[in-house]
Design a protein around this ligand. Structure first.
Ligand code: TGC
Ligand code: FAD
Length: 390
């Protein structure tokens, strides 16, 4: 039996193009071959499979919406979403590697970078020759990035960067970091910091019980001399990193469906195979309730994403619309992982099934890129016009 069944209860495939379906099946095949057979072992050992970076580059998973002249795929946002969905069906940490590179490193360089920066970095990031990371969060400023203290001074022929970032996906292995820091006037700018610059270190964060196959770390800047040509000239202010987050949160809204589908598929199979009281547990009403609710929530999330993808393609998606989808879909996936765990009984806690890994991963996904509650407040501000953050 194909272990990658995809529920499509409302024939949403009819609304996709042939190209969308081709892209989805090629990424699905890749995940089936290159991630699924190994992921439980990587996660158990907290091993980041660095070789996946080049492979992601080869299949076009990095920066699919970036124009081809810079090495990207030149694809639309529904294609991007489907790619994230299929990778996260394999593992949220693997999707993190890809979405950080595409939405949080390539996107700001493409959107706010100089022509020289685009030519220097984008093709190598697209091919997987280089790995990037995105430094916004700090030890004392997570949900409130505008309070950041990382700063740089203009020294005439270069900038001097000081401070630290925390919880940075890909950082221990990254060749470049897009770092958000304040200038002497307190204005936020993006700087491209390259591995090897004196005073720049990337200590790894250990002891995670979530996203174990993704590598996470700090970015520490101790009087780092950053060449002036490494400042992103196109946009400053918190709005610049927030625009990157719009794109990444969109990818997560799709990715979460992939994780939910994997849990659902496994639960459906198990419920038909596992016999208790003389019949498959799928024959009990309580199991059917769980499965029916899973399918309902996945279908609703699929429809939400498709419409959001259309809005993205038209350049009309708003931050609040993206918050609604990220928040709803990750919460949905986490609830499905918990219900699927129940259906698997004791077996559900083992690495023989993907459930517990998805569940633990989703605890990070519901926290990063804006916590569940922060997205609620973004929606609350949209509805009332009154920010609740302060
Ligand atoms: P606020 O007053 O709302 O806005 C400050 C300025 O920014 C502008 N702005 C935007 N501009 C363009 N697009 C957007 N989406 C924008 N959002 C805000 C806004 O217009 C304003 O501009 P100006 O000119 O008026 O100054 O800002 P605030 O300080 O009140 O904060 C709002 C809040 C809390 C919603 C925001 O800061 C937030 O979303 N916090 C959550 C932080 C977060 O998401 N961090 C993510 C870090 S990266 C990460 O987690 C990667 S994990 C990836 C992986 O591994 O997959
Ligand atoms: P806090 O902001 O301290 O929040 C703690 C709790 O307080 C949350 O429940 C939150 O919702 C609540 N809270 C905060 N403010 C309010 C409020 N105003 N009203 C109500 N409740 C509130 N960051 C990057 O920059 N780059 C990365 O690549 C990256 N990767 C990550 C990878 C992992 C595995 C993890 C776990 C995090 C990553 N992050 C990254 C950081 C992530 O974005 C932050 O963890 C997240 O934004 C929350 O910040 P915090 O952890 O400091 O929590």
């Amino acid at each position: 039996q194909d272990l990658f069944e995809s529920p499509d209860f409302y024939n949403i495939d009819d609304l996709l193009t042939e190209e969308h379906k081709l892209i989805r099946s090629s990424i699905r095949d890749f995940v089936k071959k290159e991630i699924t057979p190994y992921i439980e072992d990587w996660a158990e050992r907290a091993h980041f499979p660095y070789e996946i970076v080049k492979k992601f580059g080869d299949i076009g998973a990095f920066g699919p919406t970036i124009p081809e002249e810079y090495g990207g795929g030149g694809l639309d946002y529904i294609s991007y979403g489907l790619i994230m969905q299929e990778i996260e069906r394999g593992d949220s940490g693997m999707r993190s590697t890809a979405s950080v590179q595409g939405s949080l490193v390539m996107y700001p360089i493409y959107k706010f970078g100089s022509e020289e920066q685009k030519k220097k970095f984008l093709p190598k990031l697209a091919s997987g020759e280089m790995l990037g990371c995105f430094g916004l969060t700090e030890p004392d400023h997570g949900s409130n990035p505008s309070g950041m203290v990382t700063n740089f001074k203009d020294m005439g022929d270069h900038y001097l960067l000081n401070g630290a970032k925390m919880w940075i996906s890909n950082s221990p292995k990254a060749d470049v970091a897009v770092v958000w820091a304040k200038n002497e006037e307190g204005r936020i700018h993006g700087l491209i910091v390259e591995r090897g610059m004196e005073g720049f270190t990337t200590p790894e964060t250990h002891g995670k019980w979530s996203l174990r196959a993704s590598t996470t770390g700090e970015l520490v800047f101790n009087d780092v001399k950053v060449p002036k040509e490494n400042l992103l000239p196109g946009k400053s202010g918190l709005g610049a990193p927030m625009m990157c987050l719009d794109s990444a949160r969109y990818g997560i809204a799709w990715g979460a469906i992939g994780a939910a589908m994997d849990c659902y598929d496994s639960a459906v199979r198990y419920s038909k195979e596992r016999i208790q009281f003389g019949k498959p547990i799928g024959g009990f009403q309580l199991t059917q309730k769980k499965l029916s609710e899973m399918l309902t929530e996945i279908t609703k999330a699929q429809l939400l994403n498709l419409r959001l993808g259309q809005l993205f393609n038209e350049g009309k998606a708003t931050t609040a619309q993206i918050s609604l989808a990220k928040r709803n879909n990750v919460d949905m996936a986490l609830k499905i992982a918990r219900e699927a765990r129940q259906i698997h009984g004791g077996m559900g806690i083992t690495g023989d099934y993907p459930i517990m890994r998805h569940m633990a991963n989703l605890e990070s996904v519901i926290t990063y890129e804006g916590t569940h509650d922060i997205h609620l407040l973004i929606l609350g501000k949209e509805i009332t016009g009154i920010p609740a953050f302060e």
